[in-house]
Design a protein around this ligand. Structure first.
Ligand SMILES: NC(=O)c1ccc[n+]([C@@H]2O[C@H](COP(=O)([O-])OP(=O)(O)OC[C@H]3O[C@@H](n4cnc5c(N)ncnc54)[C@H](OP(=O)(O)O)[C@@H]3O)[C@@H](O)[C@H]2O)c1
Length: 227
């Protein structure tokens, strides 16, 4: 049976590919974009896809999301919007950049989840997916200077675990998924995977997410990643 997905940052990259594959298999997609005007490729996917404005650095934009989306149920939320950070040594860190990266990558996914709780609670899917990164793994960190990006994804992983503990008893599964290294604007042209390959594998993984996966940190192919 088809489901309704809300995907943040759906105008390009992995978010757009999620919208493509989900709409092609008959699911309904609410794709968010900072700019409705620029979300041409998303709009062109057809009637299965609705575009809704959302800037995740703006708490007022997040707070109004539930109203813009409407009261209909959402089965699956994919918190995909994200930003990378520049590589810097400790004496060069910029407070404004760090705050922006943490807002987009760590704080916003939680605020978006909170803003959509009524729609998620009335959905049948009860699945919340954080698109995280293996760079958020503390165990695997052998020397990155991308402080803000690594720190923000580690924070997202921790907060996803909190969310899993809070919402698990209601039947939700909250899963943090690393998409692999993917050829998007963020991943660059040398990355290992195409967006098509990454999203196909992530959908297989999240389609099969059962209660045991609540709170998990996994690779795109479903393999468990070290914290
Ligand atoms: N690509 C990789 O290799 C890789 C690896 C690990 C993890 N990831 C994660 O995968 C997710 C998607 O990345 P991607 O590779 O698809 O990146 P991307 O091509 O750079 O796309 C990022 C998306 O996030 C949106 N976004 C950024 N800031 C936003 C804001 N303030 N409000 C609303 N939307 C905002 C962008 O919208 P605009 O067009 O308006 O900027 C865009 O839609 C991210 O969470 C990223 O950290 C990617």
């Amino acid at each position: 049976m088809s489901k309704t997905y809300l995907v943040t940052g759906a105008n390009r990259g992995l978010g757009l590919e999620f919208a493509k594959q989900l709409s092609a298999r008959g699911d309904t997609v609410i794709g968010t974009s900072r700019s409705i005007e620029k979300a041409v490729a998303l709009r062109d996917l057809g009637s299965q896809v609705r575009v809704v404005a959302l800037d995740v650095t703006d708490p007022a934009s997040i707070a109004g999301l539930g109203q813009r989306v409407g009261a209909d149920a959402i089965d699956v939320l994919i918190n995909n919007a994200g930003v990378s950070s520049t590589s810097k040594s400790v004496g060069q860190l910029d407070a404004a950049e760090m705050q922006r990266v943490f807002m987009v990558n760590s704080v916003a996914p939680l605020l978006v989840t909170g803003a959509l709780l009524p729609q998620l609670r009335s959905g049948r899917g009860k699945l919340i997916v954080q698109i995280t990164s293996q760079l958020g793994s503390i165990a695997n960190n052998t020397g990155g200077s991308t402080y803000a990006y690594r720190g923000s994804k580690a924070a997202l992983n921790q907060m996803n675990k909190c969310l899993a503990n809070e919402l698990g008893p209601e039947g939700f599964r909250c899963v943090a998924v690393h998409p692999g290294w993917v050829r998007t604007d963020m991943g660059g042209p040398s990355a290992h995977l195409s967006p098509e390959e990454s999203v196909r594998a992530m959908l297989k993984t999240i389609d099969g997410a059962d209660a045991r996966m609540n709170g998990a940190f996994v690779n795109y192919d479903g393999g468990v990643l070290p914290w």
